[in-house]
Design a protein around this ligand. Sequence first.
Ligand SMILES: [Fe+2]
Ligand SMILES: [Fe+2]
Length: 137
Amino acid sequence: MPIASWNSRFLTGIEIIDIQHEALFETVNTLADAVKVNNASPRVGGYLEMLATQTQEHFTTEERFLTESRNRQLRSHLEEHRALNTKLQELQTRHNHGGLVSADVALFFAEWFAHHLAEVDMANGGSNGKPEPAPGA
Ligand SMILES: [Fe+2]
Ligand SMILES: [Fe+2]
């Protein structure tokens, strides 16, 4: 069973965002499988890099929607994105210096994305691209 299981409750209704989210889940599962088979394999570093690239592309896309819709939770949302980017960079640096990626790391990403999509991306307009009503409206 995949550690990151895709669920329709994650759907935002914006095709590009939904495609990116689902692709992120697939990459987390691919990383988890590679770690399980052999966490010393160079494939693990490749999947970690793929996850970092996809995450960066996704955050750039989503932040554009959030900014255009004047999302009121923009600052805290961006802070969560930055924190994950930092974590990914640290892991890549550690891996590039011979550190091994553990199963816990793949599980961390699965849980982070499930939580972030359900609780942050979907909250208060999330990334659905619709302008939020003005306060008091
Ligand atoms: Fe987000
Ligand atoms: Fe997202």
